[in-house]
Design a protein around this ligand. Structure first.
Ligand SMILES: Cc1ncc(COP(=O)(O)O)c(C=O)c1O
Length: 425
């Protein structure tokens, strides 16, 4: 028995499914998780000493690769000063200033501890600001696990076939309207029926929890227009796309200004951080200035702020990184497509910047319905092959591939070689 298998046997006795977050369980691909001991650059190392080229990157934050020395150094220094004070600190101000300077739509920001918390709070704020209750979300978009948003969510819920969670009272979701991603008419329909009750539309500007689905030209513009016409707020959930597609996220990439934005992942440099921000006029409704209550003992934690500050400073100081990463990623996904073409298999590759997904379907994936045509059993076989050959993929057809600055052409070629071996024999 491997050390990972032995740990998993112990883990399932004391943790539901042996994990602290469902997709980590590898159950959907019929295997057991590798227990990771350390990571460096583009590599993960498990408890058994196996090395993997990592394409999860902690589900997004590791855009600079694992164990970046500058980020680690900043964290070590912060630790020496104490782990938590529950009081205002300078690094909070510095990170907030940096975020406001990098994202034109953001004049004020509030730090929280996770993407879930950021989205939950942004929705409360949108409701408080508009004095309306209903929100529109898109089928297959995931916005964390708060009650009102666990409706037709993608990601883990989609992978495990749980459409909506047990334990969510109907009352919590009665104001959550669902529309179809990339289908503006489904949003127009809601606004036509009850536009004056809709507080906000929340969207992943690139849907990255049903694989990776780029917005069709005009889709995000259409959402902006509909929100403006109906007095609703547009919320971009940039927990995945923020500081990844570019320093100003998907909103910079596509040139659309949302009213509120939520962040997670990269903003914490690998530590538990989330944030929401937007126009001053809206943000000043958050307590203690305004009447929308939201709080957190560990929010703005000095160690987490130090990690985020170090990460964002590196990214800000190296705008060429995005060009390099997105260029390398473009070539990687193109070559992937060529391998699949050679194999004669009708699979599709979607990608935006460094985010990508290989769909096991002959159908072009543009929304939730088309994503669902993917053959998850065929994906499971492929995933297990790649992991057993040193390429660590997310154990779900509906998760994105995350590349980092540490994924050199050499490592990408090695990965493509494994794929070619699998698909073309
Ligand atoms: C778009 C999006 N929003 C929100 C979340 C929730 O973030 P967290 O897992 O940090 O709570 C996720 C998680 O992956 C996400 O992808």
């Amino acid at each position: 028995m491997t050390k990972s298998e032995a740990l998993f046997q112990r883990a399932v006795q004391v943790m539901p499914g042996g994990v602290n977050s469902p997709v980590r369980a590898f159950g959907s691909v019929g295997s057991v998780p590798k227990f990771i001991k350390s990571a460096e650059g583009a590599y993960l190392y498990d408890e058994d000493g196996n090395q993997y080229i990592d394409y999860i990157g902690s589900w997004g934050p590791m855009i600079l690769g694992h164990a970046n020395q500058e980020v680690l150094g900043a964290v070590a220094k912060a630790c020496e000063r104490g782990l938590s004070f529950g009081a205002a600190t300078a690094p909070e101000v510095e990170l907030a200033e940096l975020v406001c300077s990098l994202i034109p739509s953001i004049e004020m920001v509030r730090m929280v501890n996770s993407g879930t918390e950021a989205v939950m709070s942004a929705i409360r704020l949108a409701r408080g600001y508009t004095r309306r209750n209903k929100i529109i979300k898109f089928t297959g978009c995931y916005h964390g696990h708060s009650d009102g948003l666990l409706v037709k969510a993608g990601s883990g819920a989609m992978t495990s076939g749980i459409p909506d969670s047990l334990g969510v009272p109907a009352g919590c979701t009665q104001d959550t309207l669902t529309a179809e991603y990339n289908h503006l008419d489904s949003v127009e329909g809601h606004f036509a029926r009850c536009g004056e009750e809709i507080a906000a539309v929340i969207v992943e500007p690139v849907a990255a929890n049903m694989g990776v689905v780029p917005p069709k030209p005009g889709f995000l513009e259409g959402l902006r227009r509909l929100c403006d016409a109906n007095g609703a707020l547009l919320i971009f959930d940039e927990v995945i796309t923020g500081f990844r597609l570019g320093i100003d996220g998907a909103q910079g990439y596509y040139g659309i200004r949302p009213d509120l934005t939520t962040f997670g992942k990269i903003i914490g440099g690998g530590m538990p951080v989330g944030a929401y921000g937007g126009k001053r006029e809206i943000m000043e409704l958050v307590a203690p200035v305004g009447g929308v209550y939201q709080a957190g003992t560990l929010s703005g934690n000095p160690v987490a702020m130090a990690a985020g500050l170090a990460m964002l400073t590196i990214l800000k100081d190296h705008p060429e990184y995005y060009q390099e990463l997105n260029g390398r990623a473009g070539r990687f996904y193109q070559r992937m497509q060529e391998i699949l073409g050679k194999s004669g298999l009708p699979y599709h590759v979607n990608h935006v910047g460094s985010l990508g997904c290989l769909y096991f379907t002959g159908t072009e994936v543009i929304d939730y319905e088309s994503a669902k045509t993917a053959d998850t059993k065929a994906f499971a076989k492929y995933c297990n092959y790649m992991v057993s050959h040193g390429v660590y993929l997310a154990p779900s057809q509906f998760e994105a591939i995350f590349l980092s600055m540490e994924h050199t052409e050499g490592l990408l070629d090695k990965t493509l070689g494994q794929m070619e071996q699998y698909f073309c024999g």
